[in-house]
Design a binder for this molecule. Sequence first.
Ligand code: PLP
Length: 393
Amino acid sequence: MLTPNMHYAELKDSYLFYNISRKISNYTQENPDVHLYRMGIGDVSLPLCSAVIKALHEAVEDQAVQETFHGYMPECGAPFLREAISGYYAGKGVTLSPDEVFVSSGASDELGDILDLFDVTSSALVMEPAYPAYVDANIIAGRKIYHLASGEENGFLPEPDSEIHADIIYICSPGNPTGAVFDRRKLQNWVDYALANDSVILFDAAYEAFIEDDDIPHSIFELPGAEKCSIEICSLSKTAGFTGTRLGYTVIPRALVRNGMSFNEMWVRNRTTKTNGVSYIIQKGGAAVFTPEGQKQIHDNIRVYKNNAKVLMDALDKLGIWYCGGKNSPYIWMRCPGTMSSWEFFDHLLFNVQVIGTPGAGFGSCGEGYFRFSTFGSPEDTKEAASRLCALL
Ligand code: PLP
């Protein structure tokens, strides 16, 4: 008899967004005319910038003409986009050859697929609270998972624990949900730990474009030694509003080798087996992000989200509430008032001031007692939500 992958039975039900939408729909059924201030979503609200739209239109036209028509694209990405991305890294002082950059259809897909590069007996370390996909992808694969707790005492940025030997280490900086960012020294500690333990870091840089402080690395490859122990997974979703358009990239340096096996070459083999690449049109749109005009326009949009963050941070400062994130990140992670649990605080905000956020408990047990605000909403709603928070608390 066929045995399905029984590890699926070990997955915890994902109550978080289901519960949020159930509570919201109950509330709106009872209060159909009340406007809700949605500070919970991780999706962007601004449209694609004009440089990207122009490139997308042109690429559509290319597909209508025999001479410029493109069929299957190279599985690892179009050379024009791999070059544009390696040029972007050069601007951060990181030298990559285009064949160390792999174009993907988004970070989520890659975070799951990349585990094909590791033996099932390898263990994974996840810093909690964490983006839920890290844990779930490893449960599905049947791996041992170490949960490394973090909290206010270390600014939600845990240090390596010499008692734990993990093969795969997830680092997300700027972090989701906490918005916390690893500075050079703290990140170097993890690179040194990975080198000493023969581990591989999966560095999730989905929010790197929000970094504004000089001592915060945008890429793990800014740190010496990282090229021998890291894979970087990135996305244009939040950087450039591609959540619905779908495009990302993954960097696997040629120097990343274990047991005589090159991770870069294994990933080429993996991609050429499991994908037929990302569409020409989308890759053309993505390449426009890395032009000077595209960079200016996406940063104009990011500035709108950063202003939202400032409005919310000012409100929390005024209220004397502890929080992290917001500055180099689109997320603000605040301590719930008094002894309120994160779900109690969710209800408190929804019922009293119609503001919606995300309960921290949904991101792992050390998220209990905390609450996440996203800054991707509209400026008008964010201002009103901030003033309602001040009035309530
Ligand atoms: N990594 C983190 C930390 C995220 O928060 C998200 C999306 O919210 C992703 C990856 C997935 O991004 P993508 O839209 O590229 O799949």
